[in-house]
Every structure is written in C-alpha cells, then in structure tokens.
Design a protein around this ligand. Structure first.
Ligand SMILES: [Zn+2]
Length: 261
C-alpha cells in the first residue's frame, strides 16, 4: 500500500502574512513599548511611595486620613500609568492587527477597581476628617475653659484664632482632596470601561444572536408592554439584523451590552 503524500499546492500560505508586515499607520515601532514601559515605571514608583505608609494601623483615624490624603494627592500617577499602558497596548494592537484581550481586561479592570475605590473613599475621608476636627475643636475649647482667659484679652483672642484656623484648614483640605479624588476616580472608571470594552469581539456589540451567532444586533422596536417591562427591569428586546430573530437580554443602558461596557 502506498503512503498518501500531501503535495504542496500553490504558494505556501505561511509566507503570505510577511507581505502585510508594514503598518498602515506612520507610527514609530518602539512607541507602544515605550508607553508600556513608562506606565509600568510610574505604577511601580507609586507603589513604592505607598510602602512608606506601612505598617498599617487601620484602627487609627489619623493614620487613615494620612493614607487617604496621600492617595488622593497622588492618584493622578496611577491614572497616567494606566493611561500610558493602555495607550501602548491599543497602539500595539492597531499596528499589529491583534487584540490583546487579556491585557485589556487586566489593565481595564485595574483602572475600574482603583477608580471606584477612590470614589468610595471620599465619604470615608470626609467622615474621618470631621471626627478629627470635632476632637481638636473640643481640645481647644477644653483648654480655654481650664485657663479661663478674660474676655477681650490676648489669650482669648489666641484661642479664637486657633479655632478659626482649624476650621479653615480642615475645610480647605476636604475640598481639595475630595475634588482630586473625584476627578481622577471618574477618569479612571472611564478608562477602565474603555479597556474592558476592547475585550469584546466588536467594540459596540456585546450580545450575539442566539440562533445565528451574528454580532449584528440592535435594539428592536418594542410594543408598549415590552417598553414598560424594559423601563423597570432593564430587560430589553433586541433584533438580529441578519436573521431577524428577536430575543431579550438584560441591559442597563438599552444598548446591546450588559453594563456600560
Ligand atoms: Zn441571527
């Protein structure tokens, strides 16, 4: 019996991709790598800086406030780090025609978690600062009561000034740090959403048709019953543009994906 041999037919297909190697974008090759390295460097520098706050004393309100102030103050560093790394990743994907789903998910998830943590830390910080303020105010008032300065005397003025200063400093800090955390937190959440979006097969579609698996899915025309159902439960009816199949999926925004991403 003769062995079957596979004859090489036509041009070897393995050599075809070599022709497409030149990128369509006039971008220098090292740019994505440089961005990723810079981002990684920034992230490591930020983490190294946070080591200074060890050992943790979670019971201590003053320690909590110090950590949060430092975190809020430097929050733009991890934001820029993640922005640089995600940009590098997207550029590299665009240049190579690839899609790094895992890295997009990891970096996007990191940005999302850190952004949400910053936003959730704002009420904690405000509450702690308020506790410290109340405590210090009581201290000053106590001391004033003990020393009983005469009304209008220099000592009485000193106490009044100390109280004013404490109040002004406290609220200036609360505003400054919370504004920083809020802005950076929102930016990081958006960055995270964009990163996680890149993990989808098509960036604008999350659901695929259950019968033909097509990604060409849009929100369908809904009758009044379906509309009122969607209003309350966020379960929307979608239609496959290819086979016409209608199906229901839970979607927060009514767009063909579950959440914002
Ligand atoms: Zn279909």
């Amino acid at each position: 019996m003769e062995k079957e041999t596979v004859k090489p037919s036509g041009a070897p297909s393995s050599q075809v991709p070599a022709l497409q190697e030149t990128p369509s974008l006039p971008l220098p090759r090292p740019l994505p790598t440089a961005l990723i390295v810079v981002g990684l460097g920034l992230l490591l520098a930020f983490l190294a800086d946070m080591v200074a706050l060890l050992p943790p004393q979670p019971q201590d309100v003053v320690w909590q406030v110090n950590v949060l102030e430092r975190l809020f103050n430097e929050a733009s560093i991890p934001m820029l780090a993640l922005l640089a790394m995600l940009s590098g990743l997207w550029l590299s994907d665009a240049l190579n025609g690839t899609k790094s789903r895992v890295f997009n998910a990891v970096l996007g998830g990191l940005a999302l978690v850190f952004g949400l943590a910053l936003l959730l830390a704002i009420p904690l910080y405000s509450n702690n600062v308020n506790r410290i303020y109340t405590f210090r105010k009581a201290e000053i008032l106590n001391e004033k009561q003990l020393r009983k300065p005469e009304k209008g005397s220099e000592l009485a003025d000193q106490y009044d000034r100390a109280l004013e200063e404490l109040k002004a400093n406290t609220f200036r800090n609360v505003f400054r740090f919370n504004a920083n955390a809020g802005v950076v937190g929102v930016a990081l959440v958006l960055l995270g959403v964009l990163g996680i979006r890149q993990t989808r097969k098509r960036p604008d579609v999350g659901f695929t048709c259950p019968t033909c698996k097509s990604g060409n899915v849009r929100l369908s025309q809904m009758n009044p019953t379906e509309k009122s159902l969607a209003l309350v439960t966020r379960i929307h009816t979608f239609r496959c543009q290819d086979c016409g199949w209608r199906f229901r999926r839970w979607s927060l925004t009514g767009k063909p994906f579950t959440f914002l991403f």
